[in-house]
Write a protein that binds this ligand. Structure first.
Ligand code: NAP
Ligand code: MG
Length: 402
């Protein structure tokens, strides 16, 4: 069989532990036999990050800027225990945070739906994608305890020396106070990423905040979204037949519960933190959740939403069988290959990505799945397989579709 050629390299970012093991299995069994993989490889496995003083992470981000599309394996964010385990020179920051800081993007998370793994909300027929603004607000707050009577003020000193001052509250006893901020530049790039993603996915975009209460702060989010939409995206949305819809956050929650899905839901930082966990657990499992970082400049980085599955890795090292779900990692590859194909006008590659996704879904819907899904499945006949057997089952399904 002729393998599918690739014109432009895909930025391949390898990672750690069990997902690193799955990564190789996926390449060996599901990609290399069918595609002449053209990748520029960056090893973000913790030992190599340490050897390069984390330069490799920066290089990987710059490569995504150069080529436009990357695919990333889950990586360890080191803590003290990891520093000891890997004898690290220092505590490196989360690779995802480094990539995000360089590419300046928004993370979109979408569940993968299969028959037999039913969402808790029975009217959700299509996936709901969450876009979380990952900058500022309560995550960068300044707060303290108020010990007793006194006045709290908000003071802004402009560069030219002018001062703006407002009383927050006159305390007549102990309490708490916090200050937080956001910046127009970040909100604007968040809005652009969301509109770009919606166009790409050809789905409606919802954005919600609480501008009735927070007239200036949340009001600014609402205003920026509206401005970016009117000036840059409105016509393209009309051409694609999709809509942009703003509503209050509590109204959005009520509507989401009653919707059938198939929308992109843009959330402020805190809302996104809360509702992405609600959605992923309501849809089934983190191992069935894809994640893509979309930069406002149109760079794409695909990954799985889960971590390196450490517990399974230690079983694997002891020579025991593991039943680790590779679906989200396979979908990271298909997402990246499809996008690469789209940018290069490589229809064959795009078809292959579709076919591989279908093979994964058929395999699970026919009852063959890893342990995490067996627990959730409503199918009558299921067969639990190990990590490699699952990937091999997908391969035979894929070969029979071809
Ligand atoms: P995790 O790797 O997501 O795994 C937590 C648990 O969830 C697993 O022990 C397993 O449960 C289940 N699980 C997750 N993915 C699974 C899969 N594909 N198949 C089957 N079960 C799966 O989180 P963690 O163990 O807390 O973190 C491990 C490392 O991952 C950490 O060092 C962290 O820094 C890193 N991390 C990386 C990323 C990223 O790169 N994007 C994201 C999050 C965490 P059972 O043990 O019950 O089977
Ligand atoms: Mg959270």
């Amino acid at each position: 069989m002729n393998r599918i050629p690739m014109k432009t390299p895909l930025v391949e970012i390898d990672g750690d532990e069990m997902t690193r093991i799955l990564w190789k299995m996926i390449k060996d069994e599901l990609l290399e036999p069918f595609v002449e993989l053209n990748t520029e490889y960056y090893d973000l496995g913790l030992p190599h990050r340490d050897e390069t003083d984390d330069q490799v992470t920066v290089d990987a981000a710059n490569a995504i800027k150069k080529y436009g599309v990357g695919v990333k394996c889950a990586t360890i964010t080191p803590n003290k225990a990891r520093q000891k385990e890997y004898d690290l020179k220092r505590l490196y920051p989360s690779p995802n945070a480094t990539l995000r800081a360089i590419l300046d993007g928004t993370v979109f998370r979408t569940p993968i739906l299969v028959k037999g793994i039913e969402p808790c909300v029975s009217n959700w027929k299509k996936p709901i994608t969450i876009a979380r603004h990952a900058y500022g607000d309560v995550y960068k707050n300044t707060e303290f305890r108020i010990p007793g009577k006194g006045t709290v003020k908000l003071v802004y000193e402009a560069e030219d020396g002018t001062v703006k001052e407002q009383t927050v509250f006159v305390f007549d006893g102990p309490g708490v106070v916090q200050g937080m901020y956001n910046i127009d530049r970040s909100i604007t790039s968040f809005a652009r990423s969301c509109f770009t993603y919606a166009l790409n996915a050809k789905q409606d975009l919802w954005f919600a905040a609480k501008d009735t209460i927070s007239k200036t702060y949340d009001g600014q989010f609402k205003a920026i979204f509206e401005k970016v939409f009117e000036e840059e995206f409105k016509e393209q949305f009309e051409e694609e037949g999709i809509t942009y819809f703003y509503t209050l956050i509590d109204d959005a929650v009520a509507r989401i519960m009653k919707s059938e899905g198939g929308i992109i839901w843009a959330c402020k930082n805190y809302d996104g933190d809360v509702f992405s966990d609600m959605l992923s657990s309501a849809f089934g499992s983190l191992a069935m959740m894809t994640s893509v970082l979309v930069s406002p400049d149109g760079y794409f980085e695909y990954e799985a939403a889960h971590g390196t599955v450490q517990r399974h890795y230690y079983k694997h090292l002891k020579g025991e069988k593991t039943s680790t779900n590779s679906v989200a990692t396979i979908f990271a590859w298909t997402g990246a290959l499809r996008k690469r194909g789209e940018l290069d006008g490589n229809g064959e590659l795009m078809n292959f990505a579709d076919l591989l996704e279908r093979a994964v879904i058929h395999t699970i819907e026919n009852g063959t799945m890893t342990g995490d899904l067996i627990r959730l499945s409503t199918l009558e006949k299921t067969k639990k397989v190990d990590s490699l057997e699952f990937i091999q089952a997908v391969r035979s399904e894929l070969e029979s579709c071809m």
